[in-house]
Design a protein around this ligand. Structure first.
Ligand SMILES: *Cc1c(COP(=O)(O)O)cnc(C)c1O
Length: 472
């Protein structure tokens, strides 16, 4: 036996056994207060992991390996505690990104939360025809509301807008050509790239125009007997400026009609209310695409719309029916929770004048700068009284981002609290806030911790002040 194997074997022999670890006082306490078999299993997995590591580690790694029974127990304890916690926790978003994808995008409206709660009480009328008592069509739930709000003939919902795009392309264009302007071949996060989405949907991409300019004749010249769709993609996360030109949706729709080819519009976020009314840059509106004569439009449920994760498909009745019949629809369909939340969210748009009070995303977008400033000054005062001179605090003008590829290159003016701690680094403070309960997310810039209250719900400021004070 070589020396190396010797020390490997020695380490393996010295590994504590399960009984010793399970008897560690703190682990024993955890086993007594939580599902015992679950805790045992986590400890066993940690022990297995270390054993595998010792078997595979290089000589150098082995030399540096410190085998302390107590350390192993504490590590297992830490892993077990984390596993026993709720993983999906409510969080406070002070990071200044309204549609923060990693924090669940749009926070749901109270009405949507209540609808989910009601639907969850027991059974619900998810896909049943109450007249006949037979199996019905879940896609009919939102048909009327979507049609009313957008002006389209029909509407349905799937898992998200990425699913909606793939489904439309597959249902209407598989095996055929889809024409897209080179200026719209976008990539959004998570490897969603239009050329690849098209390919995976079974379509052949026909690129027309150039990056900065595409003309109607480019589309016209590209039409063949095999063209199935003219696709317009909203360039949600970038802008092309300078010498540019795009064909209007109206012109595309006319061309489609003239040549008998459906025009499909992937709006990305899409808005049901006109943001320019609130002094914000305009996000394309779903109603306008319909009015311009587009045949099928898809948009996200959890971007500007402020609902659950889902994607809406609206458009001409006959095309929506074709989409429903596609086998992919079954794989991309939504569950009852999403329907409950989506229906309640869409209903808020029936009374657009009340959205400021009923719809958290609209509220965040439109809260006045002076109101945010006042709240931020309040936070600063309350924090100062708690922390003495343990940090520099300043209220400064800043910017909130829309996030999720909405309003690219534009932001919403806000005020932010800048915290420069004296006792630890801003990064360390940020990490402590993330790891605490509830997790609080802020951002770091110019060697300071930045707290943006535009994305913070009223009442949460107190928690932020308390938690920062505790960590300093
Ligand atoms: C965001 C976006 C999508 C994907 O929507 P999800 O709801 O995230 O699936 C598709 N297309 C465009 C143009 C987008 O902006």
């Amino acid at each position: 036996m070589s020396d190396e194997e010797n020390s490997r074997q020695k380490l393996l022999d010295r590994l504590p056994g399960m009984p010793a670890l399970l008897n560690h006082p703190e682990i024993r306490f955890l086993r007594e207060t939580h599902p015992t078999l679950f805790v045992n299993d986590i400890v066993r997995r940690e022990l297995d992991r270390i054993r595998r590591y010792l078997l595979e580690a290089s000589e150098g790694d082995l030399e540096n390996f410190k085998l302390e029974e107590n350390d192993i127990a504490l590590r297992a304890l830490d892993i077990a505690r984390r596993a026993l916690e709720t993983s999906l926790k409510p969080a406070i978003n002070a990071a200044g990104v309204i549609l923060h994808t990693a924090l669940g995008r749009a926070p749901l409206a109270p009405a949507a939360r209540e609808a989910v709660h009601q639907a969850l009480k027991g059974y619900c009328t998810l896909a049943i025809n109450r007249d006949t008592g037979r199996r019905g069509d879940r896609h009919l739930h939102l048909d009327g509301l979507l049609s009313h709000l957008t002006g389209a003939q029909s509407g349905m919902m799937v898992n998200n807008n990425a699913a909606a795009t793939m489904l439309i392309l597959h249902a209407l264009g598989a095996g055929k050509e889809v024409i897209v302007s080179r200026g719209q071949l976008i990539e959004i996060g998570g490897a969603f790239r239009i050329p690849e989405v098209l390919e995976r949907s079974g379509c052949k991409l026909v690129e027309v125009g150039t990056t900065n300019r595409t003309h109607l004749r480019d589309y016209e010249n590209a039409i063949t007997d095999n063209t199935a769709i003219i696709l317009r993609v909203h360039t949600s996360n970038y802008t092309i400026i300078g010498f540019t030109g795009e064909v209007s949706l109206k012109d595309l729709a006319e061309l489609g009609k003239r040549r008998g080819i459906p025009v499909v519009d992937d709006l990305g976020s899409g808005a049901l209310v006109d943001l320019s009314k609130f002094g914000l840059p305009k996000e394309p509106m779903v109603q306008e695409s319909v009015r311009d004569g587009v045949d099928v439009v898809c948009f996200s449920g959890d971007k500007m719309l402020g609902g659950p994760q889902c994607g809406f498909i609206i458009g001409r009745h006959e095309l929506v029916e074709r989409i429903k019949r596609n086998p992919l629809t079954r794989a991309l369909r939504c569950d009852k929770l999403s329907y409950a939340a989506a229906e309640a969210t869409l209903k808020l748009y029936l009374e657009p004048e009340k959205l400021y009070d009923t719809h958290p995303v609209v509220h965040m977008i439109t809260e006045s700068v002076s109101a945010v400033k006042k709240r931020t000054q309040g936070l600063k005062r309350s924090l100062r009284s708690k922390i003495g001179d343990k940090a520099d605090l300043m209220v400064v003008p800043s910017e909130t981002e829309m996030g999720s590829g909405s309003l690219p290159g534009k932001s919403i003016p806000t005020y932010a609290l800048i915290v420069k701690p004296h006792t630890l680094s801003p990064e360390e403070l940020g990490k402590k806030l993330r790891l605490g309960d509830p997790p609080i997310f802020t951002r770091i810039a110019e060697n300071a911790l930045i707290v943006d209250l535009r994305t913070v719900f009223s009442g949460e400021e107190k928690i932020i002040a308390q938690r920062i004070a505790e960590e300093l």
